[in-house]
Design a protein around this ligand. Structure first.
Ligand SMILES: *[C@@H]1O[C@H](CO)[C@@H](O)[C@H](O)[C@H]1NC(C)=O
Ligand SMILES: *[C@@H]1O[C@H](CO)[C@@H](O)[C@H](O)[C@H]1NC(C)=O
Ligand SMILES: *[C@@H]1O[C@H](CO)[C@@H](O)[C@H](O)[C@H]1NC(C)=O
Length: 427
C-alpha cells in the first residue's frame, strides 16, 4: 500500500519550477525504434552543441514501476562479467548507487540474487572517488590511504545501508549501438537497516544526485556520455537516460539549478503555490526534486494551507472525506471512482511558481497530486513533510513528475521539463 516512502538526505534548498508541452516532439524522437533495441535518437539535439564536450552517445534504460500501488520506479542494470541483473530504485535525492551484497545483515534479497565480491576490485581510500561516497570516518581514510573505502547512507525514511565501495564492470549499450563495459564505483552493502518495504524486490538504490559518485557523473568523467539525467515516468513505467541525446530541442522549460554548497539535491529557487491559476500566498518554499520519493511533501504550514484551499474548493461538490488505508486525506464520491478522469472536474490545477525565474511554473494537474485508490476513493498525494522529519524542506516526488520528461542537466547546471507520455516503445 501507499507507504510514505522518501529517499534523500535532508538539507535546506531553494527552488524554481514550471511546465511545458512536448509530447509531440517526443513521439517524433522515439519513432521507428526496433523492438528490444535502444532508440535511435531522431530530431533530438544536444543541448549546446558548441559547449563543453559533445559525446554523441547516451544510455537508455527502460523503467518499471508506478506511483500506486507499487510506490517506486526502478531500472534493471547488469553488473559484472558475465553481468548479473540488479533492479535498482531510481533516486535523484541521493548520491550514489549501492546493491545488496553477500554476506549481509538485514538484506531483503535471497543470497543468490545479491552481488558477490569476486575478483573485482575494492575502491581504496586514496582513490579520489572515495570522498564522494561520504566515508563514515574520512580521517581514517586520510591516515590510511590503502584502506578500503567504506560508505554509509541514511535516507529520510530512516532506512540505511552500509558497506564497502567496489568497482566492477557495467555493460552498457549506447544509443549509437556501441557497447561499453566501464568499471564503475558503487556501494556493496553488508548491512541494511529498516529497508523500505515497497522496495523489497529491489537489489538497491541508483542514486543520481549531483555528486561525483553517481553513475551518470562517472560515465561523464570517462568521456562516455554527458552528465545529463533524464527520466520520464507514467503509470506503466517509462524510461531513464544518461547523456544529451534525449534532451529535446524545443518545448522544454528550463531553469538554472540552485548552486548550493551544502548538499547534492536538485533544486531551483523559492516557490509559491498557485491554485486554479491564482497565487495563494503560500510562498518561499524550498523545494527539491526527488525521484526516490513516491509522493510530494510540503512542510506543515504549507501543507495545512494547501489542504484548506482544496477543502474550501470542494464545498458544494458531491465528495465527502473518508479514511482509506495509509493516505491521511481521502474523499468518496457518489459512486466509487475508477479513473482519474472521473475526479478531474472536482479538483483544480496546483502549481509551483518560481519567482526567481520570471514566474515559471511547474504545473500539477490532478493526476500529479491525487490518487484513485483500489477502494474507489480519491486521496491526496501531497503529504505532511514535517510529520516525517523533513523540517522546512519540500519535496516534489514521483507523483508530481509523472507524465513529464524531467531533465537534470549537470553539464549546464539547469533543470528542465516538458509534458510527455513516457511510453515505452522499446526494451
Ligand atoms: C523537430 O521537431 C519539431 C517539433 O516536432 C519540428 O518542428 C522540427 O521541424 C523538427 N526538426 C527536424 C530537423 O526534423
Ligand atoms: C558511439 O559513441 C561512443 C562515445 O562517443 C564512441 O566511442 C563510439 O565510437 C560510437 N559508436 C559508433 C558506432 O558511432
Ligand atoms: C504536520 O505534522 C506535524 C508533526 O507531526 C503536526 O504537528 C502538524 O499538525 C501537521 N500539520 C497538519 C496541517 O496536519
Amino acid at each position: 500500500m501507499a507507504d510514505q516512502k522518501l529517499k534523500g538526505r535532508r538539507t535546506m534548498v531553494n527552488l524554481l519550477i514550471f511546465q511545458v508541452v512536448l509530447s509531440a516532439s517526443l513521439h517524433v524522437c522515439f519513432a521507428e525504434i526496433g523492438h528490444g533495441q535502444p532508440p535511435t535518437p531522431r530530431n533530438i539535439s544536444t543541448v549546446h552543441p558548441t559547449d563543453v564536450n559533445t559525446f554523441g552517445s547516451s544510455v537508455y534504460l527502460p523503467v518499471s514501476g508506478n506511483v500506486y500501488p507499487t510506490g517506486s520506479y526502478s531500472v534493471t542494470v547488469g553488473i559484472g562479467n558475465p553481468p548479473k541483473p540488479f533492479k535498482l530504485d531510481i533516486d535523484t535525492g541521493s548520491d550514489f548507487a549501492w546493491v545488496q551484497c553477500d554476506p549481509c545483515q538485514g538484506c531483503t534479497l535471497p543470497p543468490d540474487r545479491r552481488y558477490k565480491l569476486g575478483k573485482n576490485k575494492y575502491v581504496l581510500c586514496m582513490d579520489p572517488i572515495c570522498a564522494a561516497f561520504h566515508p563514515p570516518d574520512p580521517s581514517q581514510c586520510i591516515k590510511n590511504p590503502k584502506q578500503k573505502c567504506s560508505f554509509k547512507i541514511e535516507y529520510a525514511d530512516h532506512s540505511s545501508a552500509a558497506g564497502v565501495v567496489v568497482s566492477d564492470s557495467f555493460p552498457l549499450r549506447l544509443v549509437n549501438g556501441s557497447v561499453f563495459q566501464p568499471g564503475l564505483a558503487f556501494g556493496c552493502a553488508y548491512t541494511l537497516k529498516k529497508p523500505d518495504p515497497s522496495a523489497a524486490g529491489n537489489a538497491g538504490v541508483l542514486g543520481l544526485g549531483r555528486s561525483k559518485a553517481s553513475i551518470s557523473a562517472q560515465l561523464s568523467s570517462m568521456g562516455i556520455s554527458q552528465n545529463i539525467i533524464g527520466h520520464c515516468f507514467n503509470d506503466k513505467g517509462g524510461f531513464l537516460s544518461f547523456g544529451a541525446d534525449f534532451v529535446p530541442k524545443s518545448r522544454m522549460t528550463w531553469a538554472p539549478m540552485l548552486r548550493s554548497s551544502s548538499d547534492n539535491h536538485y533544486s531551483l529557487g523559492p516557490a509559491e503555490v498557485f491554485f486554479r491559476n491564482k497565487p495563494t500566498g503560500i510562498k518561499g518554499l524550498n523545494v527539491i526534486f526527488d525521484s526516490g520519493s513516491t509522493y510530494t511533501y510540503l512542510n506543515s504550514g504549507a501543507y495545512g494551507s494547501t489542504l484548506d484551499l482544496i477543502r474550501k474548493d470542494l464545498i458544494g461538490k458531491p465528495l465527502h472525506e473518508v479514511k482509506d488505508g495509509a493516505f491521511p486525506i481521502c474523499w468518496k464520491g457518489r459512486k466509487p471512482f475508477i479513473t482519474m478522469r472521473q475526479v478531474q472536474n472536482y479538483f483544480g490545477i496546483l502549481a509551483f511558481s518560481f519567482s526567481g525565474s520570471s514566474n515559471i511554473q511547474l504545473q500539477l494537474p490532478v493526476e500529479a497530486y491525487l490518487i484513485v485508490t483500489e477502494q474507489g476513493n480519491v486521496c491526496l498525494g501531497i503529504l505532511n513533510g514535517t510529520e516525517i522529519g523533513l523540517g522546512t524542506l519540500n519535496v516534489v516526488g514521483d507523483i508530481s513528475m509523472q507524465g513529464k520528461l524531467m531533465i537534470f542537466d549537470n553539464e549546464n547546471q539547469r533543470i528542465g521539463w516538458g509534458s510527455a507520455d513516457c511510453t515505452r516503445k522499446f526494451g
